[in-house]
Design a protein around this ligand. Sequence first.
Ligand SMILES: Cc1ncc(COP(=O)(O)O)c(C=O)c1O
Length: 376
Amino acid sequence: MIHLNTAGAGLVPAEVRQTMAEVLDREAATGCYETEAFLDGIVNDEVYRRLARALDAPVADVALFDSATRAWCAVVPRLSLGPGDRVWVTPYEYAGNLISLFNLRDRTGCVIEVVPTLPGGDLDLEWMAAHIADDVALVSVTHIPSGCGIVNPVEEIGRLLAPYRCFYAVDACQSIGQLPVSVARIGCQLLTGAGRKFLRGPRGTAFAYVAPELRAALVPEFHDLHVARIDSAAGYRIDDHSARSLELAERGTAAVAGLNTALTLFEEGTPFDHKEVFRALRATVEDIPGVELIAPGTEQSGILSFRHPDAEAGTVMARLAEQRVNVWKIVGHHTPLYMAERGVETAVRVSAHYYNTLEEIEIFGRALRGVVGVRT
Ligand SMILES: Cc1ncc(COP(=O)(O)O)c(C=O)c1O
């Protein structure tokens, strides 16, 4: 099997699977709460330290969630905005984040503005520099979107925004594990990501970095019992003001322990050294007559999307699957501001990671040529 769908979910390493299986076995043999207590040092300490190192963030500012959307929704809807506030998004914003922003707009009267792009698809940083002002309350930038491989210059944008009042949110779902991600260098106050993609963690794992000043600015909504305690008939007190105060108490121990193992492998590995495979992937797809690449921007990652006039994306995916090659059919409305506006309803997304080899890319290329009817 050739897995070219890490942008959906990466292949879980044997060690991660092993950790999860051991946790489940232990839970069945000794009890779930008892297993959690046994693994307390890992699931309540080590995994946070590893995550903090992976993000270059203070450990008190990272929290775990069961999806990146849940991480986003634990923070963004609680921003205290009003009609005078502007929120900037880019055309590469993820649809789920946008839905929550639309609700925030409808509730608070804030205005959402879309940062324009240059003709090649790069974000117009000059426009940003010219228009940023203190009525911009939030700027949201997706590091790498889910529908195409552009790498947005999140560090440069962070420097540009630094003197201003706005909070800066970065969606690192598709970049964490694929590119170096440092919240210290980016200068953001919120960064969300998923464990299951390029970090190769289990499904149902995700995280956020939430800076103390952003946590302090959130409208209180709910605190679960791992951090809060009702100490009178009238109210409660919070014992832990770290980013973990944004979490819910209940989690899957196997998933959290599995993420810890994935983070361990991430720290020990060299996951950033796979540019050759990316280049081969692009060259392979580009070489096919009739292919239309959906690859805006000058800097590209291991994600590549394309369409072919003779083969609908779902058919390409199914026919490649018959040959044991995993790619994915993406839908434009998941990255609506870019894709839907350009009339891209569906496309094939191919995403490579360090476990993909040049030989696999060659096999994929041959299979793809067969599917779209190109003679080799
Ligand atoms: C860029 C981006 N942001 C957010 C998400 C949402 O992640 P989750 O499914 O964990 O909520 C995804 C999922 O693919 C994504 O690609």
